[in-house]
Write a new protein. Structure first.
Length: 314
């Protein structure tokens, strides 16, 4: 069915399960990027209809007058929510027992060819699908927050997930201008979070050692690798840094320094005595972060990157 949707000839039924920050962000994306989309939401909170009507417009402040969120269907039970769905996408609590039970029930009621996606931050599809009869159907589609703005989707199959499910999912997101990356093996935290958390750990180590403050470290990232990595990732950046000899030349030039930094990497752990001071500095520097400003600037940055890359293709 998803193949037929690429022509936008028929209605696309998308069901979102759970309406936390990620679920609402996906709702905003589908409403603005999927033509002929019929969006159904299922959430166990008692005030879900009022909650969605109040919170969802905040995800597209410049467009909310043009978006008809009244067209969203609020389902009263899971069977009603998924029985006609082409896509079922859950963004529920990070709780394995809840997800296992959910997918067992979804499989019972959803059409046999419906795509089943979990936006979990770290629970593998192989664990979530344990109680499913057909384990080939489930795929982790892990976004980078907020998914209505950030283009990355990590597609993380279990060893049982079918290749057809992966390919159909990639086609859906690519057509809508996103970047769906097939992660070849299940791994803790997937890829984007592992990279981000490695930098976070070293950041905490440097602050804890008194090398820099929280705000100074953020300024360093925002004024150097942040903008550079928006244009080229670590491999491409350091391949360029090696000149004509590329990445090999880079390591020949400063491989010793790289190794010394790796050897001296921070060994901080969650729950240790760094937390009080680092948390205090973060609160003192930022208080409550203006997420709307973050999202507005991020969206504009991505627009400029797309514009510049299109120029390079001409």
């Amino acid at each position: 069915m998803i193949e037929a949707m690429t022509t936008n000839e028929t209605e696309l039924n998308i069901t979102l399960i759970a309406t936390g920050t990620i679920g609402l962000s996906f709702a905003a994306f589908h409403l603005t990027n999927s033509k002929n989309c019929k969006l159904t939401i299922y959430d166990t909170r008692p005030d879900v209809s009022t909650y969605v009507q109040e919170q969802l417009p905040k995800f597209f402040p410049d467009q909310h007058h043009a978006i008809d969120i009244s067209s969203i269907t609020i389902a009263h039970n899971l069977q009603e929510a998924v029985i006609n769905a082409h896509i079922v996408q859950e963004s529920g609590p990070e709780n394995l027992a809840i997800k296992k039970a959910l997918w067992k029930d979804v499989e019972q009621y959803a059409p046999k060819d419906a795509l089943l996606w979990s936006s979990t931050s770290g629970i593998p599809a192989s664990d979530q699908a344990q109680d499913m009869h057909d384990k080939t159907r489930l795929l982790v589609v892990h976004p980078y927050n907020p998914p209505h703005i950030i283009p990355l989707l990590e597609l993380v199959p279990s060893p049982q997930t079918s290749e057809s499910v992966i390919q159909r999912t990639q086609a859906f997101w690519r057509e809508r201008g996103r970047v769906p990356i097939h992660i070849k093996k299940e791994t803790t935290g997937f890829v984007a979070n592992r990279l981000a958390f490695a930098l976070l750990r070293e950041s905490i180590h440097l602050v804890n050692e008194g090398v820099v403050s929280v705000s100074e470290l953020d300024s360093i990232v925002e004024s150097s690798m942040g903008p550079r990595w928006a244009v080229a990732g670590p491999f491409k950046s350091y391949h360029a840094g090696g000149g004509p000899a590329g990445l090999e030349g880079f390591f020949k030039n400063i491989g010793g320094t790289v190794q010394a930094c790796w050897d001296d990497a921070g060994k901080v752990n969650v729950g240790e005595n760094w937390e009080g001071e680092v948390f205090r500095q973060a609160q003192e520097a930022y208080g409550v972060v203006d997420v709307e400003e973050r999202d507005r600037i991020t969206k504009r940055l991505l627009e400029v990157l797309r514009e510049e890359k299109e120029k390079g293709k001409r």
